[in-house]
Design a protein around this ligand. Sequence first.
Ligand SMILES: Nc1ncnc2c1ncn2[C@@H]1O[C@H](COP(=O)(O)OP(=O)(O)OP(=O)(O)O)[C@@H](O)[C@H]1O
Length: 336
Amino acid sequence: MSLLEVRDLTVTYAGGAAAVRGVDLRLEAGQKLGVAGESGCGKSTLALALLRLLPAGTRTGGEILLDGEDVLAMKWGRLRAVRWAGASIVFQGAMHSLNPVHRVGDQIAEPLLLHRRATPSEARRKAGELLEQVGLPAARAAGHPHELSGGQRQRVMIAMALACDPMLIVADEPTTALDVMIQAQILRLIERTVAGRGVGLIMISHDLAVLADTCDRLAVMYAGRVVEEGPARRVYADARHPYARALSAAFPRVGDPASRFAPRGLAGDPPDPAALPAGCAFHPRCPVALESCAVDDPPLRVAGAGRRAACVRVAQDAAEEPGDPAPPKEARRTTP
Ligand SMILES: Nc1ncnc2c1ncn2[C@@H]1O[C@H](COP(=O)(O)OP(=O)(O)OP(=O)(O)O)[C@@H](O)[C@H]1O
């Protein structure tokens, strides 16, 4: 049994925005899965859905099996027990996630008091240990969030996420608000933390390069769907879906002078999730779209060893070259 299995997940906001559409994902214990995509593609919605933190009135469908148990079907009491202890989330802006009026140590101790039935002195001691594990002096526990830098606050968020030894950590743009040096430190901290404990990690970012460097596998989302999924470095270096290829071309590669000349960005904007185009949602922006793409919306299909992509052209090539096909030649020439 996988640590996490997401089956045909759909999320529709009260106003009708279909933010996540039929997402299937799987994560094994100790594995790191990156989820990438442009702003508005549904990454944060997916993260919130995993812990059932979506706003009231949002409709969900499908299954989110965490260690075999469906998060979407859990009774309220069970769900409360699973949050922090089964799965925890690290959000982007730690200043907004931490309570400004409470001491840092008390905030780390709170999940321990609630979920681990720790005594106040045990929880305080553990909070100090957790701070040291994320590279902060235990004495920082006595401080308030405004006394810490952005990077230090993000370390506190990671300490909180670890407090109850969850099986799964979901990190939603954990380093986006930080400068590049601190970003690298926090990424290494997350990697070490996950590796040392064997927990699963889902890391969400618009930055494919960061995910390729940090994660084992990568899922690329577009308009609420996963359009490509596979081993992280291979998806980054040689994406099969035209959107994933455009996204990876938007990030220059160190040591690859040719990539400096790769076209940046994609023409047009992602579609409004409340008014999606017919067929493949990417077809109006796709440089290699066929006529049928305005009608057909292909599912994820095998696109090489351990890889899947949702593009009619990839499916054609996969049929011609079973095993590990090259990306469509025409598409490669015209990378957007
Ligand atoms: N509470 C909400 N009510 C209605 N629509 C929402 C709500 N939250 C998000 N959306 C819409 O759902 C879509 C997906 O948003 P989401 O925040 O999941 O995307 P994202 O990929 O995480 O983007 P970003 O990187 O900008 O955070 C967007 O079109 C967004 O406007």
